[in-house]
Design a protein around this ligand. Structure first.
Ligand code: SAH
Ligand code: SF4
Length: 397
C-alpha cells in the first residue's frame, strides 16, 4: 500500500527543462545516442560514427569543454557542431574549502536549481561525494537534505558532470589509468540514488567505461536508504559497491529515523542485501549507522546489529558515522566513549566497525549536511516541517 506524503517517491519526476539556448548537451548521453543526434543533424552514417567517437574521446578523455578545442576535427565542422550542441558542466556558484582540506561546491543546473558536491582528499587518494537529486523525498529525520522537498532528479549529464567538474578543478585531464587524486566516488551526496535509477546508472556507466572516465567499479559506492525493489537491478545493471543506510535495528526506531522503513522493513532490506549480486567477502556490503545519542546507540543495539547481520550471513562491514549536526536538528551525537564501546561490541561479534571521521563540518560539507542554499530554512520553518512529519507518521500508522 502506498504511504502518502514524502515516503513514496514522486512517481513522475519533473522532466529536465530545455536549455534557454536550445542547444543539446552531449554530456551524459551514451555514444550511440550522440551518433544518432549527429546523423539526425545531417551527417551521413559513416561521418556520424567517426565524429561521435572523436567527440566522446575529447569529452571524457581530454576533458574538452568546447568544440573549438577539438583539434582532430576540421575547423568549419567544429563551428557547425557548436551551433547545435554544447558540452555542459554544472555552473559553479561557490566553492568552499574546509580547514581539513575538504572542498564543497554549490552548483547550479541550467534551469536554476542548486545542489552540492564534496571532495574529500586523503594522503594518497581522494573521494568525490556526488549528488543524485536536488533535494530528497525521503525525509530521514536526522538528515539536513531530508528537510528539503524533492525539486527534481539530476540528469545523467548533471551527475557525470560533477565528476568532470572535479577533474577540471584537480587538473586531472587527460584521463590517467593510475595515480589520480580523484580515485573514488560515493553516491552519498544529496538525494536517494535508487529513486533516480536510470540517470544514476547511465552516468555511472560513463564513469566506469574504459573509453569514458575509466574508474573501476570497485572504487565506486552507491548508498541507499533501502529502496528494496531496486537493489537487485542496481547490482545487475550498475554493479558497484553497495552501502546501506541501516541506522537502527528495531522497527520502532528505524520507522522514526528512516521513514522508508515503514514501507520496506529491516528484515526485507537485509534479505535484499543477502541477494545483492556480487556481494562476497572480498566485496562486502557497508552498513552505515549514524550514532544518535540515546536513540540507537546502546549495547543492546550493537548486539542486535551483530545478530541480524549474522542471521542473514551478510558479508558486511559497519561504518559508524558520528551524527553531524545542522541547524534545528532534533538529535545529538553519541559520546566518543559510547561510539567506541558500540564499535567494540560489533567488532567482537566478528564484524569490522570503524568510526568514520567527520570531514568538512566547518563548511557544512559532512554527511547529511548538504542542502541547497536557496532552501536553507529558518527555525520556525523547520518546526513546521517537523510538525508536518509528525502528522504524516500519525496518519500512516
Ligand atoms: N540517500 C542515500 C545517500 C545519501 S546520504 C542514503 O540515505 O543512503 C549519505 C549518508 O549520510 C547516509 O548513510 C545518511 O544516512 C547519512 N547521514 C544523513 N544525515 C546525517 C547526519 N546528520 N549525520 C551523519 N550522517 C548522516
Ligand atoms: Fe534522503 Fe539519504 Fe537524507 Fe534519507 S539520509 S533524507 S534518503 S539523502
Amino acid at each position: 500500500m502506498p504511504i502518502p506524503g514524502h515516503i513514496d517517491p514522486v512517481p513522475i519526476p519533473r522532466p529536465q527543462a530545455l536549455r534557454n539556448d536550445k542547444l543539446v548537451d552531449l554530456v551524459g548521453l551514451p555514444i550511440g545516442e550522440i551518433r544518432a543526434l549527429l546523423a539526425h543533424a545531417g551527417l551521413d552514417e559513416r561521418q556520424a560514427r567517426l565524429r561521435a567517437k572523436q567527440i566522446w574521446h575529447q569529452i571524457y578523455n581530454r576533458g574538452a569543454i568546447s568544440f573549438e578545442a577539438m583539434s582532430d576535427i576540421a575547423k568549419p565542422q567544429r563551428a557547425w557542431f557548436a551551433e547545435r550542441f554544447v558540452i555542459g558542466r554544472p555552473e559553479v556558484v561557490v566553492e568552499q574549502v574546509s580547514t581539513d582540506g575538504t572542498r564543497k561546491w554549490l552548483l547550479k543546473t541550467p534551469d536554476g536549481h542548486d545542489f552540492e558536491m564534496v571532495f574529500i582528499p586523503d594522503a594518497d587518494r581522494g573521494t568525490l561525494c556526488v549528488s543524485s537529486q536536488v533535494g530528497c523525498t525521503l525525509n530521514c529525520s536526522f538528515c539536513f537534505t531530508g528537510t528539503m522537498r524533492l525539486v527534481r532528479n539530476l540528469t545523467a549529464g548533471e551527475i557525470v558532470g560533477q565528476v568532470m567538474l572535479a577533474r577540471d578543478s584537480l587538473g586531472e585531464w587527460p584521463s590517467l589509468p593510475e595515480g589520480r587524486m580523484l580515485s573514488n566516488i560515493v553516491m552519498m551526496g544529496m538525494g536517494e540514488p535508487l529513486y533516480n535509477f536510470d540517470n544514476v546508472r547511465d552516468a555511472l556507466k560513463i564513469v566506469m567505461d574504459g573509453d569514458g572516465l575509466g574508474l573501476s567499479r570497485r572504487r565506486i559506492t552507491l548508498s541507499t536508504s533501502g529502496v528494496v525493489p531496486m537493489m537487485a537491478r542496481a547490482g545487475e545493471e550498475i554493479g558497484v559497491n553497495l552501502a546501506v543506510s541501516l541506522h537502527a535495528v528495531t522497527k520502532e526506531v528505524r520507522d522514526e529515523i528512516v521513514p522508508l522503513n515503514r514501507k520496506y522493513g529491516i528484515e526485507q532490506l537485509l534479505e535484499a542485501c543477502a541477494a545483492y549480486p556480487g556481494a562476497n567477502n572480498a566485496r562486502r556490503i557497508t552498513f552505515e549507522y549514524v550514532m544518535l545519542k540515546d536513540r540507537n546507540d546502546s549495547d543492546d543495539d550493537a548486539r542486535e546489529l551483530v545478530r541480524l547481520l549474522r542471521k542473514y550471513k551478510l558479508p558486511a562491514k559497519v561504518n559508524l558515522i558520528p551524527f553531524n549536526p545542522w541547524p534545528g536538528a532534533a538529535y545529538e551525537c553519541s559520546s566518543d566513549e559510547r561510539i567506541r564501546r558500540f564499535s567494540e561490541i560489533v567488532f567482537d561479534g566478528g564484524i569490522s566497525a570503524p568510526v568514520r571521521r567527520p570531514r568538512g563540518r566547518d563548511i557544512m560539507a559532512a554527511c547529511g549536511q548538504l542542502k541547497s542554499a536557496a532552501q536553507k530554512k529558518s527555525r520556525s520553518e523547520l518546526d513546521r516541517i517537523a510538525a508536518d512529519r509528525q502528522a504524516e507518521i500519525e496518519a500512516a500508522s
